[in-house]
Design a protein around this ligand. Structure first.
Ligand code: FCB
Length: 423
């Protein structure tokens, strides 16, 4: 049996908008305007998992089942409801939540940007303008003043490329733009925001560890004998998986996809990251398509035989090892900040966990500097496009019964696994 490093973080993750409820922000307004429904899905926000009122109970369950870490995000819209105005009451509640976690010996990992913004944000200071940095750092500073002494792990940005693609590439998230050049400007500004946040965090808590949660997809050309597919795959991989890692090594954000997308600008990032968080979910196939705007398509297939999730995502455990190795090449510490499955069938979740934990044991045995694993998600919650239909939780939320909580067998399974290794 393999060993896990001392102080390994065994956790579960959530994000504010997806779990808390009772907030008004850009995403809620977007949903109210019917944008998500246009995609044929039917999410209804309905206060997410009501975590804003159930947090004690949720943290009790975390502790009872032996998890020692919790990743969550703070809701910008709650903390800065109007530009320049801080809601101390909201910060007080986050402080109570952090205190409670610490009392239960659960290490908090706090995310600042997890896809959502105050309602005023895209009007006043959208990410493609310099004003975004001013507003974001104001928010980060407010959070650090209140919580900086108590929280030692921070994620500045959750999946910056996923968000930028959704908001400025596909236009499915607010502000709903479809402009890849503007999107690159946004990615650049997000990285500047990361860098400034890094300094702010260190100012309040010099021993804090600060990282970015990066989504990695295992891409594969559908037909590996077709050179065009293989080339397309390498472009997509370069853009989606590698570009940000490289930016931190080369001190510049650079992409050069002939006829499609080019961007090249210096940014001094070298000393501004302590760890990479890896969010890994699935493999995706790529094939060429006759379309001059987007000459390829990406899709899922149950090729591995492990099956698909309720969202159609292929279960592909070896992709986690691939993602970890890619991240480890940066030389930084690594945490798995998300990994999980949307399924109504909890046996399938157990199997998913078992298969991915197997991969983790192997990479640790081979010396990779992995310091923690966070399952997504602690709770059944509000998935961005699918709404509450996608059940990612280790804890069931009964929406019809006042959001009642119930631990699923997969939480027990995870708990037993952790107990074997915890020191
Ligand atoms: C990730 C997001 C997270 C959740 C999972 C399923 O891309 O970071 O909020 O929606 O996917």
């Amino acid at each position: 049996m393999s060993e896990y490093p001392n102080n390994f973080l065994w956790g579960a993750a959530t994000s504010a908008f997806q779990s808390e409820g009772h907030v008004s922000n850009d995403m809620l307004e977007w949903e109210k305007k019917g944008h998500f429904r246009k995609n044929g899905k039917d999410p209804v926000y309905g206060n997410a998992a009501d975590h804003w009122h159930h947090w004690r109970e949720d943290f009790d369950l975390l502790a009872e089942y032996g998890l020692n870490a919790y990743r969550f995000s703070v809701e910008w819209a709650r903390i800065v409801p109007e530009p320049g105005k801080i809601d101390e009451k909201a910060l007080d509640q986050y402080k109570q939540m952090v205190d409670y976690l610490l009392k239960k010996n659960i290490t908090p990992m706090l995310t600042f940007h997890h896809f959502t913004h105050p309602s005023w944000f895209h009007e006043i200071s959208p990410w493609h303008t310099n004003e975004a940095l001013v507003q974001f750092t104001f928010f980060v500073d407010a959070v650090m003043q209140k919580l900086g002494k108590y929280v030692d792990f921070y994620i500045t940005l959750n999946e910056p490329l996923v968000w930028a693609l959704a908001a400025y590439g596909d236009g499915v998230f607010p502000p709903g733009k479809k402009d890849l050049n503007l999107m690159m400007q946004v990615v650049y500004n997000l990285l500047l925001a990361h860098k400034s946040s890094y300094s702010i965090v260190k100012k309040y808590n010099p021993k804090a560890r600060v990282g970015i949660a990066k989504n990695i997809i295992f891409f594969q050309a559908k037909n590996r004998m077709n050179p065009v597919s293989v080339l397309l795959k390498s472009f997509v991989e370069h853009f989606f998986n590698d570009m940000l890692f490289k930016a931190f090594v080369r001190n510049k954000l650079e992409i050069n996809l002939p006829f499609f997308l080019t961007f090249n600008r210096k940014i001094d990032l070298m000393e501004s990251i302590d760890f990479w968080g890896i969010n890994y979910y699935y493999r995706m196939f790529i094939r060429c398509k006759l379309d001059k705007h987007l000459p390829f398509e990406m899709f899922f297939e149950n090729k591995s035989g492990f099956g698909l999730s309720d969202m159609g995502w292929e279960i592909y455990p070896p992709g986690l090892t691939y993602a970890l190795k890619k991240a480890a090449a940066s030389g930084k510490e690594i945490y798995i900040t998300e990994n999980g499955i949307a399924t109504d069938n909890d046996n399938k979740r157990e199997k998913y966990l078992e298969l991915h934990l197997e991969q983790i044991q192997k990479v640790i045995n081979n010396g990779l500097n992995l310091k923690g694993y966070f399952y997504w998600s602690l709770l059944d919650n509000y998935e961005w496009i699918e709404g509450t239909n996608a059940r990612f939780g280790l804890i069931e939320v009964d929406y019809a019964q006042k959001f009642a909580r119930k631990a699923k067998p997969s939480l027990q399974f995870f708990s037993n696994y952790i107990k074997k290794f915890k020191k």
